[in-house]
Design a protein around this ligand. Structure first.
Ligand code: HEC
Ligand code: HEC
Length: 267
């Protein structure tokens, strides 16, 4: 029996409704998908890869707390943060050599002190050459370099901004160099957006908005929008307002720092 026109209209209405709801759900998922952000950041891909390769077993969570090893002259496997990297790697090439071969060629080829020190270690750096593609190696290096602050921002204002951000604790929530992706239940995106991510342009449209974020922990554009305001209040981790503890010139330095971080982003 052919469908009566009215039933047909109802069916079409329901089907279109379901399709629209599904599209909306997919759009929200895509919008809130931290994997999308991760795919676009060498730092974040490197972080995940390091976890999967077991690097954090010896170098500690995130690479920042090396396991104790009484046979090491420093008493532990090196942490990637805290400035100790300078005792181990002289340049970026040596970072790659450590990861690929377990030691830099400088030590491999020497019969001297350094090599003897390595032979005595109980916990040794494995060689990952057989496991890594070039692109994966690059990602690991990008992660390591950010965590260890391997590069100091070249301009003075940005370098001052780094010290300010360290002093104020910005990197706790925003990750090393502000490149981290920390999950934030109840928030608009579901995570704290990295400073060098694609979300930035929606969140910080001007220097004035940057200053607002840092001074008050939010922006008036979001506060005025009922939906955005809901998320500002519902998110578990809230950006603190630093208005009362900022010193003169610090906002400008922080802005320079973020400018440097964004300009050195590796997708
Ligand atoms: C079995 C323990 C172990 C694992 C797993 C491990 N490392 Fe290491 N790693 C070491 C030790 C020990 C050293 C110090 C070697 C030395 O004294 O020269 C080191 C040194 C390094 C260095 C140079 C020094 C520094 O920390 O700045 C880098 C870079 C490094 N490892 C990266 C990695 C990466 C990346 C991974 C994972 C792909 C990894 N390591 C996995 C034990 C480990
Ligand atoms: C307690 C955690 C926390 C600390 C510490 C923190 N922030 Fe945030 N920050 C957040 C959260 C959460 C958001 C996202 C807010 C939102 O989406 O509504 C945010 C957003 C921002 C934004 C907007 C763009 C973006 O990438 O999210 C900037 C800029 C920013 N923070 C800079 C800073 C600076 C500079 C410092 C240090 C002075 C700092 N934050 C310290 C949690 C923190």
């Amino acid at each position: 029996m052919p469908l009566r026109p009215r039933r047909f209209a109802l069916l079409a209405f329901v089907l279109v409704g379901v399709a629209l709801a599904e599209a909306a759900l997919l759009a929200v998922w895509a919008f809130r998908d931290p994997e999308r952000i991760r795919r676009g950041s060498a730092y974040l891909r490197g972080e995940r890869l390091a976890a999967r390769l077991g690097c954090f077993g010896c170098h500690g969570p995130g690479g920042v707390k090396g396991s104790l090893d009484p046979t090491s002259p420093t008493g532990s496997v090196p942490s990637w943060s805290g400035g100790t990297h300078m005792m181990y790697v002289q340049d970026e090439k040596e970072i790659r050599e450590y990861i690929l071969d377990g030691m830099p060629s400088r030590l491999r080829e020497s019969a001297e002190e350094g090599r003897k020190r390595l032979d005595k270690l109980t916990i040794r750096m494995p060689a990952y050459r057989a496991l890594l593609t070039d692109a994966q190696l690059q990602d690991l290096v990008a992660y390591y370099k950010a965590v260890s602050w391997f590069e100091t921002p070249p301009d003075e204002a940005a370098a001052r901004g780094r010290d300010t951000a360290l002093r104020l604790g910005c990197f706790g929530c925003h990750g090393p160099e502000g490149r981290g992706l920390i999950i934030n239940p109840g928030s608009f995106k579901g995570y704290i957006p990295p400073w060098d991510g694609d979300d930035w342009d929606d969140l910080v449209k001007s220097d004035a908005e940057f200053d607002e974020w840092v001074k008050t922990g939010e922006i008036s554009r979001f506060r005025r929008n009922p939906l955005a305001a809901h998320f500002l209040d519902a998110q578990q981790i809230k950006m603190p307002g630093y208005r009362d503890i900022l010193k003169p010139g610090e906002l400008e330095s922080l802005r320079s720092l973020v400018g440097w971080v964004r300009s050195t982003r590796k997708g």
